[in-house]
Design a protein around this ligand. Structure first.
Ligand code: DHB
Length: 305
């Protein structure tokens, strides 16, 4: 029997392996999330939840482009209140749940953090980086001041590990990460989608109803890797890598750059939920063949000279 284990620990949260779904993908119900866990995910991440139910933007909300997908769903979700029972169902089966949420005010962030904590979530992920909803609706692309206030408020409202998901649409991602870290974040999820646009030349109009959306998929991966690299060199808290993981090799790249865990989003649409098994088996093989004993052994290894 091999001694090798894929288990990881993220700010006190123990996971059987380093994979999760990315927020927004297959996280709209406990049924979907349970399926992800049964397919091999180490933890599951809910759709980003808000205080009120939202329908999101009118169609078209998604467009396939070279190297990825641009979407502008507009944060459709059934509300955190509704999702409480879904989280309880998942916890009844001992499934590690990361609750993703967003809000437009500090008061709402505090409220959401406390009800998601009471529901039994294992960790919170603050979505302060969705590209698709105006600043008045949600603290997006959070500026320094909002990041500080939001992180502090959520930190005070919950005893759970708090992960802050950052946008790559900034000149310096380290700045925001440091603010989150200084204000009590336990981890950084890097990254959310890149702002993007697609045009229909026959209609002579942008394709998405919201005009601008967020690019995800393989085209995002090198940007996400660069962000993880920069964060690893500048912060102490763990990094969850997200952006264009489609094969096990991508996951290993993120680990080598400094991610302690990874999230898979867009690729689940192409490859299906079986991808979790493939990615985990690939990581295991890679560790075995190269004489490592666990995931931790390779986190950030590409930085060593
Ligand atoms: C949406 C939210 C996101 O955080 C993102 O990266 C892309 C799309 C949305 O619901 O519109």
């Amino acid at each position: 029997m091999s001694q090798l284990s894929l288990a990881v620990e993220l700010a006190g949260l123990g996971l059987r392996n380093p994979t999760m779904n990315a927020a927004g993908v297959l996280g709209m119900s406990s049924y979907q999330l349970k399926r992800l866990y049964e397919s091999g995910a180490g933890a599951v991440v809910t759709k980003s939840l808000g205080r009120q139910p939202r329908n999101g933007h009118p169609n078209p909300t998604i467009v396939f482009v070279e190297g990825g997908v641009i979407n502008s769903m507009g944060l459709p979700n059934p509300s955190a209140e509704y999702f409480r029972d879904e989280i309880k169902r998942l916890k009844a089966e001992n499934i590690p749940v990361v609750a993703s949420f967003f809000a437009a005010s500090i008061e709402d962030f505090t409220y959401l953090a406390s009800i998601l904590t009471d529901a039994g979530a294992d960790a919170l992920e603050i979505n302060c980086s969705c590209p698709n909803v105006g600043r008045e609706k949600c603290m997006l692309e959070a500026d320094r001041e909002s990041l500080e206030k939001v992180t502090k408020a959520v930190r005070e409202a919950s005893s759970l590990p708090v992960f802050v998901k950052l946008t790559p649409n900034v000149a310096n991602i380290v700045e925001g990460a440091k603010i989150a870290e200084e204000n009590g974040a336990d981890g950084i999820t890097a990254v959310n989608t890149l702002k993007a646009l697609a045009v229909d030349i026959d209609l002579r109009k942008p394709i998405l109803s919201n005009i601008i959306g967020g690019l995800s998929g393989p085209a995002l991966k090198p940007v996400a890797l660069r962000c993880v690299w920069e964060l690893f060199e500048n912060i102490e808290i763990p990094i969850i890598g997200c952006g264009g993981v489609s094969y096990w090799r991508d996951a290993v790249e993120f680990l080598l750059c400094g991610a302690s865990a990874i999230q898979i989003g867009t690729a689940l649409m192409d490859h299906g939920v079986e991808l979790f098994k493939e990615v985990n088996e690939g990581i295991r093989r890679y560790l075995e063949e190269n004489g490592f004993r666990g995931v931790k052994d390779i986190v950030g290894l590409a930085h060593e000279t």
